[in-house]
Design a protein around this ligand. Sequence first.
Ligand code: PHE
Length: 345
Amino acid sequence: MTDQVEEVSVQANAELQKISSIEELESWRVRYLGRKSKLISVLRSLGDVPIDERRELGARANQVKASLEELYQAHKGKIELSKHESLERDRIDVTLPGQPYQLGRLHLTTRTIREICDIFAGMGFKVVEGPEVEWEYYNFEALNMPAEHPARDGFATLWVDYEAPGGGRPMLMRTHTSPVQIRTMEKEKPPIRVVAPGRVYRYEATDATHEWMFSQVEGLAVDRNITMADLKGTLFEFARRLFGQDRKCRFRCDYFPFVEPGVEIAIDCFMCGGKGCRLCGNSGWIEILGAGMVHPEVLRGCGIDPDEYSGFAFGMGVERIPILRYGIDDIRLFYGNDLRFLKQF
Ligand code: PHE
């Protein structure tokens, strides 16, 4: 029994060193000093021990008990103190001044796209989208630009290195949003009125006026009896809503393979009022979009009978609008991710 008491003393001491929480400490106390513990049962059964051993064993067991109790108190004090210290350390000073939250904002391009689409939504157009990685067919062929068409030279194209299953279907990064016209006419029956905003890509060296990626908004209206007057009325109204009610619009011939006739629309320069300045390149006019009556072959290719239906289409560069409005002198600022620039809008 003396051995047992010594063993308890060594074990209890060793275990106590590893204890760091009040809960563990309590279970240690129950194990070594509780009513059912070895030490206490030794003390209780002292009466059965032969008289000559009793004295020594009793004294030693009481000694161990007293020392464990002392250790227990000391360890408890230590744990409580460290808890207090960590509370002190983690204390929060609620009187410190706060750090202001940085307010996020929409990108200038996004804001401009929303503004353009809102104006057309107000005239009954719905917003649709198409893929940025596109089949050659939608970007060129279906828009009346077969493989050797010279107009393709105007679109420096980024081709995608991809062999379609079955072969022979080349892919590219769309060079304009006009393929969305085709996708819409394939899916929907007239009357159609849609605008399609999105990113477009050109294989071009970048400089202050060229980016390899920018945004366009495409528009398309197809129905019975749509004429050039509808095109003109819609786009003049759009230009005035965007640039101010007193803007004058200029309407001139232009060429795009997928429209006939094709036009270019300009507004009188809002900086100089038409007298000629740096912004308008001294011409007094600023070109803002290309448009035209949808080519009969394009309609036919989408399964729409050009003898029954007609339509107009238009396309414009998005970044160009804030460039003009705010006098931004480098298009690369839009996607350079410099917050000092982006935060201004
Ligand atoms: N897709 C033409 C371009 O990128 C713009 C356009 C669209 C012109 C629709 C006419 C009609 O230059």
